[in-house]
Design a protein around this ligand. Structure first.
Ligand code: 1CP
Length: 363
């Protein structure tokens, strides 16, 4: 199965002209836009008072599952920041819950999966892929409500976790620094590892298709932690699975593939047929773009260090200019952070950054 790349597919989804011609989607296609489009990972989150108010009195997962409220949080952040795209308010880990792994988010801590996967039997006991994807209907409800409320020229990004990053949470039972259990599983039980990756991809394919059917006009796959692997291990244990997922993305939808700490993998990531490669702040944007084949082949997204939002304003804006200079004014650069907004960020600084990128690139 090979997916017709977004640059060649045309408006097969029949999007309204205002959305098809938006700065964000034009840039995903590598076309010139009136300004450099910008959106920010975790743009709706704890740094924002509106979010904290909506989150008060309910758990994070309750907020994700309340489709009207998830839509409101999504739309409010987009509008308040004036960014060029919205991203649906949800989490990559809801897929693991739908597959039958109990998930909780303890206050202040990260996620916790109380029945981590440790062998082939645990992989075999995961929920059926199609049914698990169907159980995520609340995400699609939130997408429909969000698209109804967004201006016509603002695309909504749907998303999922990549199979490697989801497998790492399923095996570790939560976040990790070393990914020791994940790697021990991968090396020690390779057949079960590949089966787990297959089950995840079989679930993610219908899940992403349903997000598109509900109104998402771009998709991002978060492979946040894949940078912990060597090139050889990425090629052997991960790339075929991620490539199968990428190939199954419906035509007419740009695919953004993002990871952190991936400067040594970036050409392999681009080879998976993503339309846009996400670049983190520890990677040189100009060098990464070149190694991915350059603007003629792929667009790039990134890559300001999110911690700059905690520092002095002049430093923040000067470094934003450095990111723009690295992109060299070439068509195909989406401005973003190298990773998500930190919860300590000053909302006014975030908004000033967006305004600055627009003002500096408008022509
Ligand atoms: O307490 C709270 O209110 C929860 C904080 C929070 C938020 C706001 C979590 C818990 N997830 C989210 C939202 C979220 N997660 C979005 C919303 C859309 C937006 O960007 O505005 C998205 C796209 C994600 C994706 C996500 N979740 C990723 C990939 C992106 C990344 O940051 O690398 C990952 C790794 C997760 C897992 C997760 N969920 C939440 C936390 C704190 C974490 C990270 C845990 C860890 O450090 O391992």
């Amino acid at each position: 199965m090979t997916r017709l790349r977004y640059r060649d597919a045309g408006n097969v989804l029949g999007l309204p002209a205002a959305r098809w011609d938006s700065a964000f989607l034009r840039t995903c296609r590598g076309e010139r836009a009136p300004h450099t489009p910008v959106w920010l990972m975790r743009q709706a989150g704890r740094y924002m008072r509106h979010y904290r108010e909506r989150r008060a009195g309910r758990s994070f997962l309750e907020l994700c599952k309340d489709s009207e409220l998830a839509a409101e949080v999504t739309v409010y952040a987009r509008e308040w920041l004036g960014v060029d795209a919205a991203i649906i308010f949800s989490d990559i880990l809801v897929v693991l819950e739908a597959l039958g792994l109990p998930l909780t988010f303890a206050a202040g801590d990260g996620p916790s999966l109380t029945r981590p996967i440790d062998d082939a039997a645990a992989v075999a006991s995961l929920g059926a892929p199609e049914q698990s994807a169907a159980d995520l209907g609340y995400v699609c409800d939130a997408i429909r409500a969000t698209v109804r409320a967004l201006p016509a020229d603002i695309p909504l990004i749907g998303f999922c976790g990549a199979p490697f990053t989801l497998a790492s949470y399923a095996i570790e039972g939560g976040g990790s620094r070393q990914f020791a259990r994940t790697k021990a599983f991968m090396y020690g039980q390779p057949a079960a590892w590949h089966r787990l990756m297959e089950r995840l991809v079989d679930t993610l394919i219908p899940y992403l298709a349903a997000q598109v059917a509900a109104g998402a006009s771009a998709l991002q796959i978060f492979d946040s932690w894949v940078g912990c692997l060597t090139r050889a291990d990425y090629a052997a244990y991960v790339a075929p699975h991620t490539a199968r997922l990428a190939a199954a993305v419906p035509p007419g939808v740009p695919l953004i593939l993002f990871g952190t700490g991936t400067s040594h993998l970036i050409d392999l990531i681009a080879a998976s047929d993503a339309d846009v490669v996400g670049v983190d702040h520890t990677t040189d944007l100009a060098d990464a773009w070149r190694r991915c084949g350059g603007p003629g082949r792929v667009s790039v997204q990134g890559n300001l260090d999110p911690a700059l939002l905690l520092g002095p304003r002049d430093r923040l804006l000067a470094q934003a200019d450095d990111v723009l200079a690295a992109a060299g004014g070439q068509a195909g650069h989406i401005f973003n952070l190298g990773h998500g907004i930190l919860k300590e960020s000053e909302p006014d600084a975030v908004r000033a950054l967006v305004e600055h990128v627009h003002a500096a690139t408008r022509h």
